[in-house]
Design a binder for this molecule. Structure first.
Ligand SMILES: *Cc1c(COP(=O)(O)O)cnc(C)c1O
Length: 366
């Protein structure tokens, strides 16, 4: 009999905190307040403290968090924004939906994070912002990025959607740039039971602007200073997130252990293992290996009951929605898209689970 290894077992994760989630649900239904109440305020202050910033503003999802930040910084038509060539498409959509121009920069093919030398080369007089993504949970190399930004007067917005709890030189992601956007999509390290996102910053003016933009341009009922939208983190999700935030460090520590077991067991195997830079503590959102025979490897694992996912199979510039950019020369992003494979990763994997996966990967190579 084969032992099925799921990619991510959210049912099991939630069963660990089920009584607290049920209590959160009851608290909110009994309160009669479902939008912009005490749970949101409490979560915002707890998550701001956790990340080491002064302000957290809950919003509807990660894409909106990025968009609202770009809007708050006044990024729009005529401005260029530097983004990684390999990222989830939301990073790109936020820029183009603000009317700004994308300038993709290639990754370091070992860390998969944006290459700092590439950023410097991509800056023009029109550049307004840089959005480094902490891909797969590993922080981008933020110190040199902040230095370049300071030298050129640019804004740095972290896309921290995959890196809740990760640290760079001891500091949490979300506190490393001028501001950060994150997502509470259920599969993230800190996931809601539905959509959610947040903006993090220690800049009071930006926090105030985003707080208005998410709520009809208002921070006081029926007073509308700017034309805002409606993208809020609701009370139920905030209450659930408070429960899960209390477990985040423990769950991330388990992910770290799982990554260690993978590294031991896969040493010498034919796949390229993730490389974590010194000074970085990954949140291990994903455990991504590379293989030039990726599709065959995925099929081989699938036949053995092991679920894997590809993050991401098509680089953004090859998506139909960016048809005008298809001719761009982004060979590193293109190669990674053909080689990356995310192995099962969740806080509840045992050494035996990891052994099943790693042994299958090794068997494929031999
Ligand atoms: C998930 C994700 C987002 C978008 O988050 P949503 O809440 O799904 O809108 C943005 N950037 C990255 C890198 C992500 O992984």
């Amino acid at each position: 009999m084969i032992r099925e290894i799921p990619f991510l077992d959210l049912k099991k994760l939630h069963s660990e905190v089920r009584p607290a989630l049920d209590a959160a649900y009851q608290r909110v239904t009994d309160s009669g307040c479902f939008i912009m109440g005490l749970e949101l305020r409490a979560f915002e202050s707890e998550f701001a403290r956790y990340c080491g910033v002064d302000y957290c503003i809950g919003v509807g999802n990660g894409l909106d968090a990025l968009k609202l930040l770009l809007q708050a910084y006044g990024v729009g038509p005529g401005d260029e924004v530097i983004v990684p060539s390999n990222t989830f498409i939301a990073t790109w959509l936020a820029v183009t939906q603000c009317g700004a121009t994308l300038v993709p920069v290639e990754p370091d093919t070992e860390t998969h994070n944006i290459d700092v030398a590439g950023i410097e080369a991509a800056i023009t007089p029109r550049t307004k912002a840089i959005i480094p993504v902490h891909l797969y949970g590993q922080p981008a190399d933020m110190d040199p990025i902040m230095a370049i930004a300071a030298a050129h007067g640019l804004v740095v917005i972290e896309d921290a959607a995959q890196a809740q709890g990760a640290r760079y030189k001891g500091r949490r992601t979300g506190s490393l740039g001028h501001a950060a956007a994150t997502s509470f999509y259920p599969g993230k390290n800190l996931g809601a039971l539905g959509d959610g996102g947040a903006v993090l910053t220690s800049d009071a003016a930006i926090a105030d602007k985003v707080a208005r933009l998410r709520n009809y341009g208002s921070t006081r009922k029926y007073v509308h200073d700017i034309q805002g939208g409606n993208t809020r983190l609701d009370e139920l999700q905030a209450a659930f997130l408070r429960v899960k935030l209390a477990e985040l460090d423990r769950w991330n520590a388990r992910r770290q252990e799982v990554a260690g077991w993978y590294a031991d067991r896969l040493a010498g195997s034919p796949v390229q293992l993730p490389r974590i830079e010194s000074g970085c503590e990954s949140a291990w959102h994903l455990y991504v290996v590379c293989s030039t025979r990726r599709d065959e490897l995925q099929q081989f694992l699938f036949e053995r009951g092991i679920s894997t996912v590809i993050h991401y199979p098509v680089p953004p510039h090859w998506q139909a929605c960016y048809a005008g950019m298809a001719g761009m020369q982004l060979p590193a992003a293109e190669r990674l898209a053909s080689e990356v494979l995310s192995l099962p990763m969740c806080p509840f994997m045992t050494p035996a689970d990891v052994a099943v996966v790693a042994d299958a990967v090794s068997a494929f190579g031999s």
